[in-house]
Structure formats: C-alpha cells, structure tokens
Ligand binder design. Structure first.
Ligand SMILES: Cc1ncc(COP(=O)(O)O)c(C=O)c1O
Length: 443
C-alpha cells in the first residue's frame, strides 16, 4: 500500500520544490507544462514507487508516460548500463556498435519477417520523422492520412500529423495531412454504437483516400491505442478493416507503437499484433529502454532503401541506450511482464468499473493491458468533458500517494500506465486512493 513515508538519501537538498518551480518558470520554454497545482520533483524511484523532495513515497501509476516499463532502479537493467558506461559511452553510428546490432536483430525477431530494417533515433518524434521520410520518398508524395485525436510528436512535420489542436503549434508543415474520423466508441464521430455501427470509422479511411487525396498518399499512420489522445481504444476489427482498405489502395501502414510497444498491452509485444495486422513500418520509443532515451523504427526493405542520400543519427543506437534496451527486454521476458500486464491490467479495468458504479463523474473506462484510461464527464448523458474535476482528482490522488497521468483532447482523461511489474495489491491500493480522491472532489 502506498503511503506518505519519509525517506532520506545522500546529498538530498531537502524539499525545495517551490524554489525549483520558480527556476523552471524562469529558464524553460513556457510551452513545457507541469502536472499539479504544486508541481513536484520525483527525486528517486524503486520498482513501482517514487519519492519526492520531501521523501514522500508515491505509487507510480504513470511510469514517466508509459516509459519506465520494468520499474525504477532495477539492478538487472541498471548494472549492465553502468558496466557499459565504464567501457565506452559513445562512438557514433560511423562505427560498429555491438549492442545496436543485437537490438536490431532482437526487434526483427519480435516482428513479422517482412519488416527487416531498423533505424535508431533518440525519441518517438524523430522516429516518426524517419517514417514520414521513407514513405514520402518511396511514394513520391507528401500526403499522409492520419487519425483525429492522434499524437505523433512535436517536430515541424509530426505536429501537423497530430490531430489535436492544443498540440498543433504550427501547420506550416512539409506534409499534407488528411484526417479520418477516429475509432472513439465513447464519442463516435458518427454517433453510432459498436457493433451495429458497421465500423464506419474504418470505412472512412477509404472514403478519405478516394475523395480528399491525389489518390497516392505516402502512408496511413495510426497509434494502435491513442496515447496522448486519452488511450482511445479501437474496436477489435478496426485495424483489419483499415488494412484491407489500405492494401486495396496500395498505401503503406505506419503503426506508431511509441506508447503501445514492448508488452504493455499484455495481449502481445506490440499493438498491431494485438489487432492482428501487419504494418509496413513500426515506430517505437518510450518504454524500450526503461527510461533511457531511445527511439526507432523497423520497416520493409523497400521502404528502408528509399533513402538514397547519406543519413546518420549521431546518438541513434548509442551503446548506452541499446545496452539499456537489451537489458530491459530481457527483464520483461524473464519476468513474464507481458503476462502480468494482461492479468493485472484486466484486474485494474474491473476495479475501475466498480469505481464507475459509485462515481457518476466517470463516463468511460477503457484500455488494454496496463494502458488504461478513465474519462471524466460532468454528466453521463451529455458527456460534457470535466477537465477541472480531472485535474482535481489527479491532485487529490497525489496528496494520497498515487501518481496518475492526465490527457485527452479536453484534458479530462486520467491516464494509467504503471511499470509492468505492478501487482494486484498495487491495483487495490491505487483504486482505494482513487476512490477517496473521487469522493473528496465530488463532495
Ligand atoms: C504515440 C506517440 N508518438 C510519438 C510521440 C513522440 O515521442 P517523443 O516525445 O519521444 O518525441 C509520443 C509522445 O508522447 C507518442 O505518444
């Protein structure tokens, strides 16, 4: 059970979060937001727990945005990283990097055989940029088909392929993006109900290609479950229907697995496998190295060879990042964390529906494995988003020792994506805290 315990550790400057916040506001881009009315520093972590500057312990049900996949300070992951630090930190992609090659082979073994070429980057944004580069070069087209409510990164091209106005700081992009209605059953763009909807959302992909593009879009991009959008989880047949349409039109499919990869969904290593489809490009980042920066993509040989000029990434596939990734993948495999994500995530969803029976503000609970969302509404009939209540519940949970995330187009979705090691007892502790947080906010 998470509690507000005080712990001490060496070189601890004490609780200076107010001063840190002042310095943050003075020196960082104002566009970089912070959680909470009173933001905190997470100064230390251990397994599924984190500690702030005052030494308070929290159960971490956010994992640094679905990134700390195996837990904090796991010796089996950190020891190989420390050993690699002492051997060599960096050499650049102009030299052979053993761990980079091993990781590429490992990723090939986890994905279908038609995906044969890997390129490593430092972030999900850069990986999506590379996916756009190879598909637009291959098809000699700058047209992309994307989903509304998507998020694919913060760079010049990727923000324009992200279907959420609050994140779109510029539309002066090299890409011409066509948006399709997303498979958001709770707020169906066609106001239909699954399964009698006949998957209009999937059929919209064909309609958009046929009516709004030149007929030759470079690619269709989608997150198997939309992350920043609020863990919007398409119906089971959605991607199979979409893939059939894409194949009819000869359009490559980019699966952005930045939040959904590496067993988090429980059902499979990647979201595309959980949905029974075979993309032409798979983009990954976040959880691969348990918090050490890394990103990348795996693509077909044809797409990977579309780059005919020289290309490199100074840090891409760096020895530290790829050693961390290999150790993390080993940890996930040897501890059956994918199975744990399926079991514990299923239990979490059950417990959250119980909460929904007591708290009318919960409009929807959704997700897969340990990528789970609670959508808050002012009233279940109108489904009016309740962002103010959402941030108050998030704050109240923090005060009681639980970290959860927040997102969604309107900021009214609590996002739960803990390290994959969490137990049923952790879920009980987290849902007890959430129950109290909902009660206090709705009082
Ligand atoms: C699905 C998805 N794609 C891409 C990105 C961008 O990744 P990064 O922040 O590492 O650049 C994110 C980040 O949240 C994401 O969720």
């Amino acid at each position: 059970m998470a509690s507000l315990e005080t712990g001490t550790f060496e070189d601890d400057p004490g609780d200076d979060s107010v001063e840190l916040l002042r310095r943050h506001r003075e020196s960082l881009f104002p566009s970089v937001g912070l959680f909470y009315d009173e933001p905190i520093e997470l100064r230390r972590g251990e397994g599924q727990f984190v500690y702030d500057g005052a030494g308070r312990q929290y159960l971490d049900f956010f994992g640094g945005i679905a990134t700390v996949s195996s837990g904090h300070a796991i010796p089996e992951i950190n020891d190989p990283i420390k050993a690699q630090l002492d051997r060599i930190t960096h050499s650049s992609t102009l030299f052979l990097i053993r761990s980079q090659i091993e990781l590429a082979e490992r990723i090939k073994a986890m994905t279908p055989p038609h995906l044969s070429r890997v390129f490593f980057t430092n972030s999900g944004t850069e990986a999506n940029e590379a996916a756009f580069l190879i598909t637009t070069l291959n098809r000699e087209s700058n047209e992309i088909v994307a989903l509304r409510h998507s998020y694919h990164g913060r760079s010049f091209a990727t923000i324009n392929a992200s279907g959420q106005t609050p994140w779109r700081s510029s539309t002066l992009s090299p890409l011409h993006v066509h948006y399709v209605g997303n498979p958001y059953c709770y707020r169906c763009p066609w106001e239909k109900t699954y399964p009698s909807c006949d998957l209009l959302c999937a059929r919209d992909v064909g309609a958009v290609i046929e009516t709004t593009t030149s007929g030759n879009p470079a690619a269709f991009i989608a997150e198997p479950i939309q992350g920043v959008g609020g863990f919007i989880t398409p119906p089971p047949e959605y991607f199979q229907e979409v893939q059939a349409i894409l194949r009819r039109h000869g359009v490559p499919f980019i699966a952005d697995e930045v939040q959904t990869g590496w067993g988090r969904l429980g059902a499979a290593d990647f979201g595309f496998q959980a949905y029974g489809v075979e993309p032409d490009v798979v983009v990954f980042a976040k959880g691969l190295a348990n918090g050490i920066p890394i990103g990348g993509l795996i693509a077909t040989d044809e797409l990977a060879t579309a780059i005919r000029s020289l290309s490199l990434s100074t840090f891409g596939g760096n020895p530290i990042a790829t050693t961390a990734a290999l150790a993390n993948l080993n940890y996930i495999a040897t501890h059956n964390l994918r199975d744990n994500a399926r079991r514990t995530g299923g239990y979490l969803i059950e417990r959250l529906w119980e909460l929904a029976s007591r708290h009318q503000v919960i409009g929807d609970v959704r997700g897969m494995g340990l990528l789970v969302a609670i959508e808050l509404v002012r009233d279940r009939r109108s489904k009016e988003p309740a962002p103010d209540l959402t941030s108050r519940v998030q704050d109240a949970a923090k005060e009681r020792g639980l970290i959860v995330g927040r997102g969604g187009l309107h900021g009214n979705v609590l996002r739960i994506c803990p390290p994959l090691i969490v137990t049923a007892a952790d879920v009980d502790a987290a849902t007890t805290i959430l129950d109290a947080a909902f009660s206090v906010v709705m009082r």
